[in-house]
Design a protein around this ligand. Structure first.
Ligand code: 9PG
Length: 509
């Protein structure tokens, strides 16, 4: 088949092709396009929040991240054979005339791969092996449109192509109501796991009068990953903490990672049958953090689903209205499960249960989360790796070839190439630093983070108020109150009010 754009003619292999506004709709679990661009630039879109998203030169392959057992933590393992020239859901090639050729999946579980001749789209049709298919609950979750293997193809200026793709995704996946994003104080990038009840109460006092909507307690309150109860550092309990936050004038927010579990948790010890298994029957590694391995809960298991709903209801009953749900990629990990659902359906089904349990009023922020599958269910989503009070993390980026580790540069690089998601979900590029204390970022580097927050339309910080001097406090307040006019000049350059900001540095890899 031939497809004709104004300036470009392509040979296409697809089940069907029909023109729509802004391009063509293709169908087929596999589609392929012969392109004339040779060694051009490829837009790679990573699978989950932290996964590398960037424009990459096809003649400059990057080595795969070195630590193979941690690939799930970086990206979808299915993308690794063609890394970095395969991406999740959407990919694009730079044309000679300034347009881009964009191929974007309109359903879940697709990847896009490029070489100097061909741009390919493939839907993952594999079911995960079920170890004990249940007769009472045999059905895989069916969601409207999930069986249609559809693609959008455009050849247009970059912003037009992505914005049309976003419109089509909105028709398929829906969106939550998107007012202005809440302004968030988050405990992570100030205190990390060293949070304590008294310290948070002090911080609340210090923040009085600051224009934040949400005070979000991050990792460090729980007993174990999997045991979502207050630990000894929170002697008054979580209900009392939420009340204190609300009394201070903020919406209580809480971090949890409801789809993973640590092996020393009660949850793991009591329910080994709730864990996703590898081909040898061992727990499938979901990643390493908190000083050891962690594993994935099997969300096809009815008892896990029940536990999940109860856990979310409990946390909602404590009074937390804003939930930061982390390490969510684990839901879709390859492995053996109770029921043989297609891998691409599991995460969204699980997130749907969370939404139902949390209620429509709750604000859900997904993190480490499959990107497309968060749309329509979550209110906000982290769109890049963690920032850090330092610029680069060469141990991981340079020596391990892993660009998903905490570092301001990694966060900027990926978040910047995900701004097209803004019409679909609140896009969280992670926090901005105003403090000079405990911070290795230069003023210029801190400004890049602040400007990125303006572009993404999501403002957060973790600076302890006692760490800020008068000038820094004023700068934070001005940031929270500002609403600058934004214009995208090209792939890396933006006008923010009168100032032109060039993020071209983030292209180098
Ligand atoms: C809490 C943190 C914060 C943060 C999340 C997530 O690559 N890594 O080893 C890695 C570790 C932690 C991590 C991301 C990557 O951070 O993004 O905002 O909530 O968990 O533990």
């Amino acid at each position: 088949m031939k497809i004709k754009f104004e300036n470009l003619q392509l040979a296409v292999a697809a089940g069907s092709v029909r023109p729509i506004q802004g391009g063509f709709l293709l169908s087929g679990s596999k589609v392929a396009l012969l392109h004339p661009f040779g060694y051009t630039q490829f837009y790679r879109h990573g699978y989950h929040s932290w996964s590398l998203s960037a424009w990459l030169a096809l003649d400059h392959p990057l080595p795969r991240p070195v630590l193979e057992h941690l690939w799930p933590h970086c990206d979808d393992p299915d993308l690794m054979p063609d890394y970095p020239f395969s991406g999740s859901a959407v990919g694009a090639l730079q044309g000679q005339d300034g347009n881009i050729l964009l191929l974007g999946a309109l359903s879940l579980g697709a990847r896009v791969q490029a070489d100097p001749q061909v741009l390919r789209g493939v839907y993952d049709l594999q079911a995960t092996p079920g170890v004990q298919r249940s007769e009472e609950n045999p059905a895989e979750p069916t969601q409207e449109g999930w069986q249609d293997f559809e693609w959008f193809l455009a050849y247009d200026p970059e912003q037009a192509a992505f914005s049309r793709y976003a419109e089509l995704l909105k028709q398929r996946l829906g969106t939550r109501e998107l007012g202005p994003a809440p302004r968030v104080w988050c405990s992570w990038y100030g205190l990390y796991t060293d949070i304590r009840e008294d310290l948070l109460l002090e911080t609340l006092q210090g923040l009085s009068g600051m224009p934040f909507e949400v005070f979000q307690v991050d990792d460090g309150w729980q007993q174990r990953i999997g045991d979502w109860e207050a630990n000894a550092k929170f002697p008054s309990g979580m209900l009392a903490l939420a009340e204190n936050i609300r009394r201070s004038g903020f919406t209580p927010g809480l971090w949890l990672a409801p789809f993973i579990v640590q092996p020393d948790s009660h949850l793991f010890q009591q329910h080994p049958e709730w864990i996703v298994r590898d081909e040898y029957g061992q727990p499938a590694l979901a990643g390493e953090n908190w000083g050891g391995a962690f594993y994935a809960l099997d969300l096809t298991h009815p008892q896990v689903q029940e536990w999940l709903v109860e856990t979310i209801q409990k946390i909602r009953a404590w009074g937390f209205d804003y939930l930061k749900l982390d390490f969510l990629y684990a839901a879709n990990l390859p492995g053996k499960r109770y029921q043989p659902w297609p891998r691409r359906t599991i995460f969204r089904h699980g997130l749907g249960l969370v939404r139902e349990a949390a209620g429509e009023q709750a604000y859900l922020l997904t993190c480490g989360a499959p990107v497309l599958a968060s749309i329509g269910l979550a209110d906000g989503m982290r769109i890049g790796p963690d920032v850090a009070p330092y610029w680069d993390n060469p141990d991981r980026s340079r020596y391990l070839h892993d660009f998903t580790g905490p570092a301001a540069l990694n966060a900027i690089r990926t978040s910047l190439q995900r701004l097209w998601l803004r019409p679909l979900i609140h896009t969280d590029p992670d926090v901005v630093f105003f403090r000079e204390r405990y911070n290795l970022l230069t003023p210029q580097e801190r400004n890049y983070l602040r400007d990125l927050a303006f572009l993404a339309g999501f403002k957060a910080t973790s600076d302890l108020p006692v760490w800020l001097d008068e000038g820094e406090r004023r700068a934070l307040k001005a940031f929270l109150e500002a609403d600058p006019h934004i214009e995208r000049l090209d792939r890396y350059r933006f006008r923010i009010d009168q100032k032109i900001v060039d993020f071209g540095f983030s292209q180098k890899l």
